[in-house]
Design a protein around this ligand. Structure first.
Ligand SMILES: NC(=O)c1ccc[n+]([C@@H]2O[C@H](COP(=O)([O-])OP(=O)(O)OC[C@H]3O[C@@H](n4cnc5c(N)ncnc54)[C@H](OP(=O)(O)O)[C@@H]3O)[C@@H](O)[C@H]2O)c1
Length: 342
C-alpha cells in the first residue's frame, strides 16, 4: 500500500484528488493539509464527500510516513515546499506550474518570479504519461502538466513528430473550475452564466509548456498561438487545433485524412486514456473521466489539419493525471483507481 498525502487538499484539484485517492485500492491517505480549514472534517467542508478524515496544517512531520506527496498549491507557492519534501526523501507530484518548465530563465517571463531551484527544474519530469512513461516511473519529482497543455499536446504531438509545422493555432474553451476555488469578478456565476468570453489572448502562461514540449518532440521550435475561452459550465476543456504544415514549393500539401488519423492511432493505440474517434467529440463524453478524445480532420483548401481534443480539466487535466503519474511511479497499472467516475 502506498502512503500518500495531499497538500492544499481543499482546493478544486486537492478535493478531487482526496476522493480519488480515498477510493484507490493501493493507496492509504496519511495527511490532508489546509491552512484555511485546519481541524475541520472533510465532510464539513464538502458535504458530498464520504472521506472520514480531518484537515491538518502542513508540517513536515505530518507527512513523514508518506511515500508520495501531492502538492496542490498555486504557482510560485509550491516550489519551497516541494524542495523541502524532496530533501526529506518523499516522492512528489506537483500539480502547480512550478516545475513544468525546464529552463529557469523562463519563469520571470511567464510566471513573474525568479525560480531559485534550477537544479530541480532539470531533474523534474514533465508528467504527461503518454510522453514520458519511463522517466515518470523513475522520477522523484513529477511536474503534472497544465490543463490546457494536456488537451493541446495530446492533439499536436503525433503531427509534430511526423511533419514540419509552420504554425499551430490553439483555440481552447474551458469550464470555470479551471480557475480554482476562489471566485473573481470574471469567474463569478453572474459573469459566466449565459455568457462566453476569450481571455489571455496573447501570452497566456500555458503557452510556455506547449512550446517546450512541441519543440522537444519536433526537434525544432514550432510557433504556437493560443487563445483560451471561459465556458459557462463547470468542467471540461475543448480545444480545436489548426495546424499548418510547412509549405513545400509554395503549396500546402495536406495528406489524406485517413493517413493523418493513422498517425494518431499509431501513437495512442496502447494508451489507456487517449481515444482517437471518428465522430466529433463533445465534453459530455469525457467529463468526470480521465479520458482524452481526439478527432482528426483535414482541410486541404485551407492548407490545414484540424484536431478536436476534449478532456475534463480537473481529471485528465489535473487530479486524474496526477493519479496516473503516481501509478507509473509505483509500478501499478496506469488505470488503477481511475476506472470509476468522479
Ligand atoms: N483547476 C484546474 O483545473 C487545474 C488544472 C491543472 C492544474 N491546476 C493547478 O493546480 C494547482 C491547484 O489548483 P486548484 O484549482 O486546486 O486551486 P485552488 O482551488 O485555488 O486551491 C489551491 C489551494 O492551495 C492552498 N494554498 C496554499 N497556499 C496558498 C496560497 N498562498 N494562496 C492560496 N491558496 C493556497 C489553499 O488551501 P488552504 O487555504 O485550505 O490551505 C487552496 O485551497 C494550481 O497551481 C493550479 O494552477 C489547476
Amino acid at each position: 500500500v502506498i502512503a500518500a498525502s495531499i497538500l492544499g487538499a481543499t482546493g478544486f484539484t486537492g478535493a478531487l484528488l482526496t476522493e480519488m485517492l480515498d477510493r484507490h485500492p493501493e493507496v492509504a491517505l496519511e495527511a490532508l493539509t489546509s491552512s484555511s480549514y485546519e481541524g475541520r472534517r472533510v465532510t464539513d467542508v464538502f458535504p458530498h464527500s464520504r472521506v472520514a478524515a480531518a484537515y491538518v496544517a502542513y508540517a513536515p512531520d505530518r507527512v513523514a510516513g508518506s511515500d508520495v506527496v501531492f502538492v496542490c498549491y498555486p504557482h510560485a507557492e509550491a516550489h519551497p515546499v516541494v524542495a523541502e519534501l524532496l530533501a526529506a526523501g518523499h516522492r512528489v507530484v506537483d500539480l502547480s506550474a512550478d516545475f513544468r518548465l525546464r529552463d529557469a530563465s523562463l519563469y520571470p517571463k511567464w510566471y513573474q518570479f525568479d525560480h531559485p531551484r534550477a537544479d530541480l527544474l532539470t531533474e523534474a519530469v514533465y508528467g504527461l504519461p503518454e510522453l514520458y512513461p519511463e522517466a515518470i516511473a523513475q522520477a522523484r519529482l513529477v511536474a503534472n502538466p497544465g490543463c490546457y497543455p494536456t488537451s493541446m499536446l495530446l492533439a499536436a504531438l503525433p503531427l509534430a513528430r511526423e511533419m514540419k509545422l509552420e504554425l499551430v493555432v490553439v483555440d481552447s474553451k474551458s469550464g470555470v473550475s479551471g480557475a480554482g476555488r476562489t471566485p473573481s469578478d470574471k469567474t463569478h456565476f453572474s459573469a459566466v452564466h449565459d455568457n462566453f468570453r476569450a481571455y489571455g489572448e496573447v501570452g497566456h502562461r500555458h503557452t510556455a509548456e506547449m512550446l517546450q514540449e512541441l519543440e522537444t518532440a519536433a526537434g525544432a521550435s514550432v510557433p504556437v498561438s493560443f487563445t483560451p475561452h471561459l465556458l459557462p459550465l463547470d468542467r471540461g476543456i475543448l480545444s480545436t487545433l489548426y495546424c499548418r504544415p510547412s509549405a513545400s514549393q509554395g503549396t500546402f500539401e495536406i495528406p489524406p485524412e485517413d493517413e493523418v488519423r493513422a498517425l494518431f492511432v499509431r501513437d495512442y493505440s496502447a494508451e489507456p486514456f487517449v481515444e482517437v474517434v471518428e465522430h466529433t467529440p463533445s465534453l459530455r463524453e469525457v467529463q468526470r473521466t480521465n479520458y482524452c478524445r481526439l478527432a482528426v480532420r483535414t482541410d486541404p483548401a485551407a492548407g490545414l489539419i484540424k484536431v478536436v481534443s476534449v478532456i475534463d480539466n480537473l481529471v485528465k487535466g489535473a487530479s486524474g493525471q496526477a493519479v496516473q503519474n503516481m501509478n507509473l511511479m509505483f509500478g501499478l497499472p496506469q488505470a488503477s483507481g481511475l476506472e470509476s467516475v468522479v
